[in-house]
Design a protein around this ligand. Structure first.
Ligand SMILES: [Zn+2]
Length: 84
């Protein structure tokens, strides 16, 4: 994995656990405690390909009802409108 931020060029990346939001069309899967490297300067996050593959296969398994998600969450949807 990268040892510097491709986005801003900063050299310090920190190992973190984060929430990953996987989206396919209108379907969302939130995955908590996903390991990543985060740029301490701009906050850009980097994930291992194996991590992303695992999330995608979990998404497919849940979508095809071969796996039950840990819990179901309601999500509110809004359009961004600037108040006049
Ligand atoms: Zn950065």
């Amino acid at each position: 994995m990268a040892d510097h931020c491709v986005f801003c060029g900063h050299k310090h990346l920190e190992s973190k656990l984060t929430r990953y939001i996987y989206q396919k069309e209108e379907q969302l899967l939130l995955v908590d405690h996903v390991p990543c490297l985060e740029c301490t300067f701009c906050g850009e996050q980097y994930f291992e390909v194996t991590v992303l593959k695992k999330i995608e296969s979990d998404y497919l398994a849940i979508h095809q009802q071969q796996k039950k998600p840990k819990r179901i969450m309601q999500v509110a949807v809004e359009d961004f409108v600037v108040a006049a």
